[in-house]
Design a protein around this ligand. Structure first.
Ligand code: HEC
Ligand code: HEC
Length: 291
């Protein structure tokens, strides 16, 4: 009798394990298909100037677009995710030093990464948020690339990317934006130059750096990082609607809101937004107030 029960329990456990293994196998297969899918894209070449004003502006963009969070302030690369379940992912060493970009990584390769989220084999880059960058105008894109290419070479350790089982499952379920190439409009024609001004129109252009967390409609909601704090509504319906321009600028420069809340840089990256110029912050304010 007892051995019979044991037998059934054993069969039940085996069946469960088998179902689990098959389910995971399906997730892993769907993940591999996503990341190995080649894309056919037309990379539109643009001139990359190298004068000092362009390089200085490119440095500013590197800072306000948060590149350093994942590639390091010196471009030498940085570990972005290090979790046995989700994976180990490193932002590439963007210099041409050891384990950095190969010398064959030309302007077309830069544009393919930043405007299409693809590597030189036309396959998706993991986690590189090109969906926030691909609409940057030619002028800004050229400045970022020029700046990155102007820095001294840095040697780094080899850091092959690995995605763990949970990372694959969450990607297939759409809970982590691991494959930005999927959400990019690869036929988008970027303007040559968007007019820099303290205007709502320029704010709308800049807000692409906020939508990754605050959502396309800027109404906030769940944090894109599993387990993160909820993201605030920053349209005129939220607190921003009650703030003066000065309140807004102070919040994005210090992390202190007029309501007395202290924003943690890990939640709301104000050490990035503090680098915005007055004109850029005013433009963002005008746009957010208008929606
Ligand atoms: C959220 C983190 C993150 C941010 C922010 C980010 N990157 Fe990346 N980037 C990555 C990761 C991770 C990779 C490597 C992806 C891979 O190898 O699949 C990458 C790859 C790249 C590549 C391609 C390198 C290669 O090996 O093919 C370039 C170029 C690049 N990033 C430039 C930038 C620039 C410039 C910015 C800012 C405008 C930026 N990245 C912002 C995470 C990030
Ligand atoms: C990495 C994710 C992330 C990015 C990128 C981001 N934010 Fe936030 N932001 C948050 C989170 C999360 C909160 C809520 C923090 C809290 O409640 O402690 C927040 C809060 C805010 C607040 C305070 C709102 C309030 O009611 O107190 C403002 C204003 C704001 N963000 C503006 C911006 C702007 C403008 C940008 C783009 C330039 C931006 N954020 C980019 C995650 C982000």
């Amino acid at each position: 009798m007892f051995s019979k029960i044991l037998k059934y329990v054993g069969i039940a456990i085996l069946a469960l394990l088998l179902t689990g293994a098959i389910a995971y196998g399906v997730f892993a297969w769907r993940f591999d298909r996503k990341v190995n899918k080649p894309y056919a894209v037309n990379v539109r070449n643009i001139p990359i100037p190298t004068d000092s004003a362009t390089l200085a502006y490119g440095r500013h963009l590197y800072e306000i677009k948060g590149c350093g969070e994942c590639h390091g302030a010196n471009l030498g690369g940085r570990v972005v995710i290090n979790d046995p379940a989700i994976g180990k992912i490193t932002g590439t060493n963007l210099t041409y030093g050891k384990n950095g970009l190969p010398s064959s990584f030309d302007n077309e390769a830069w544009l393919k990464a930043l405007r299409h989220g693809l590597n030189t084999e036309n396959k998706p880059l993991l986690l590189m948020p090109s969906q926030d960058y691909y609409k940057l105008d030619d002028h800004d894109m050229a400045a970022i690339i020029a700046y990155c290419k102007s820095l001294p070479y840095i040697d780094s350790l080899a850091a092959p990317n690995e995605v763990g089982p949970l990372g694959k499952i969450l990607t297939v379920l759409g809970k982590i934006d691991m494959v930005p190439a999927e959400t990019i409009d690869h036929g988008y024609k970027q303007p040559e130059k968007v007019q820099t001004a303290a205007s709502a129109a320029y704010g709308q252009y800049l807000v692409a750096s906020c939508t990754g967390c605050h959502k396309p409609a800027l109404t906030g909601g769940d944090n894109p990082v599993p387990g993160g704090v909820p993201v605030a509504n920053i349209t005129s319906k939220g607190n921003v609607g009650k703030w003066s321009k000065e309140d807004f600028i102070k919040t994005l420069r210090t992390g202190n809101t007029p309501e007395g809340k202290v924003l943690r840089n890990e939640d709301m990256p104000w050490k990035m937004t503090e680098k915005y110029t007055d004109v850029e912050l005013e433009a963002l304010y005008l746009y957010l107030k208008s929606i």
